[in-house]
Design a protein around this ligand. Structure first.
Ligand SMILES: C[S@@+](CC[C@H](N)C(=O)[O-])C[C@H]1O[C@@H](n2cnc3c(N)ncnc32)[C@H](O)[C@@H]1O
Length: 310
């Protein structure tokens, strides 16, 4: 979605651009090439390993970039730490990267033999194996259902508990085998690996991904200059639904997660319109991009803009 994002960059050529999911710096590199000085870019990621990679890659632009390790759920604090309180453009390209997927030892891929970790920042929090060692059957099923929208959540959860009891839940392939044992053979899909939803659910849990996004959606508007824009790319419906809901509420002058209907006695009018969606329907990737990168097929880009307060 790089080309689509570039189309929404500030037109005046200056300003501060934030990439809050720097990854290996692909979007940031294109943004820097596309927006000449004096535009500056602040890039951050919660994953120190990705950050190091991006730092090397963006070296030619070192005089126009500031890179930091941090979470977009704490964006206000991350920027304040850099002495910045308002910015002109914010990009979040959510989820995990191909770099993380391919990195040995991290546990993101069901096609690799890796430890059960799944943390985006391996210096913080506890790995998946700790949670799997103590979670109960109902808790596991709830996570698979809620974060993975997994139809076979109950059966998979039972298979995981059984594998744990038998000492067969020690790495990513043990996890995959438990899923295979749980899903009835006639429901094994050809298009989607049966462990896809389980891995997604557990990744969202371990990295508290939805809470991070909610916290970001509560903060970003205050950080944007008037006319400033936000581009958010989601890869699954749980994220996209949160963004859609927050954008709609903000556009109606409400707090991002205030869905209350105005009652007959309501005296408070909705606030002034300070936000508008720049596209009503999400922008989807082109066929060419999906061909080159099948992981992009689920991407949905939503874009909004801060308006004046009058
Ligand atoms: C899809 S990748 C971004 C790829 C990037 N646009 C590029 O071109 O290389 C998502 C990135 O977001 C990071 N990430 C996920 N949640 C985050 C959070 N709450 N705060 C900061 N970074 C986060 C991941 O570590 C990962 O590197």
């Amino acid at each position: 979605m790089v080309r689509e994002v570039l189309g929404f960059l500030p037109l005046h050529g200056g300003g501060i651009i934030v990439d809050g999911t720097l990854g290996t710096g692909g979007h940031s590199l294109a943004i820097l090439q596309h927006s000449p000085a004096p535009a500056r870019l602040i890039g951050f990621d919660r994953d120190p390993e990705s950050l190091e990679f991006a730092r090397q890659r963006l070296q030619p632009f070192s005089d126009r970039i500031t890179l930091a390790q941090g979470e977009f759920g704490e964006i206000t604090a991350v920027l304040a730490g850099l002495g910045v309180s308002t910015v002109d453009f914010i990009l979040l390209d959510l989820g995990f990267s191909s770099f993380q997927l391919a990195s040995p030892g991290r546990g993101f891929s069901f096609q690799r033999l890796d430890p059960l970790d799944l943390r985006m920042n391996r210096r913080e929090g506890a790995p998946l194996k700790d949670w799997l060692a103590r979670a109960g059957e109902t808790e596991i099923a709830g996570v698979l259902r809620e974060y993975g929208e997994e139809r076979w959540a109950g059966r998979i959860s039972r298979a995981l508990i059984q594998a744990r009891t038998e000492g067969r839940l020690n790495d990513t392939q043990d996890l995959v085998q438990a899923v295979y044992r749980a899903v009835p053979p006639r429901f094994l899909e050809k298009r989607l690996h049966p462990a896809t939803r389980t891995f997604q659910a557990l990744r969202i849990l371990i990295n508290d991904e939805l809470r991070q996004l909610e916290r970001f959606l509560e903060q970003f508007l205050e950080l944007l200059t008037i006319g400033g824009r936000v581009c958010l790319i989601a890869y699954h419906s749980l994220e996209d639904r949160l963004i859609k809901r927050a954008f709609r509420n903000l556009e109606q002058g409400r707090a991002p997660f205030d869905d209350s209907l105005p009652g007959p006695l309501a005296v408070e009018p909705a606030g002034p319109k300070v936000f508008r969606r720049l596209v009503k329907k999400p922008v989807l990737p082109g066929a060419e991009e999906v061909l080159l990168n099948p992981r992009a097929r689920a991407a949905k880009l939503r874009v909004g803009q801060r308006l004046g307060t009058g």
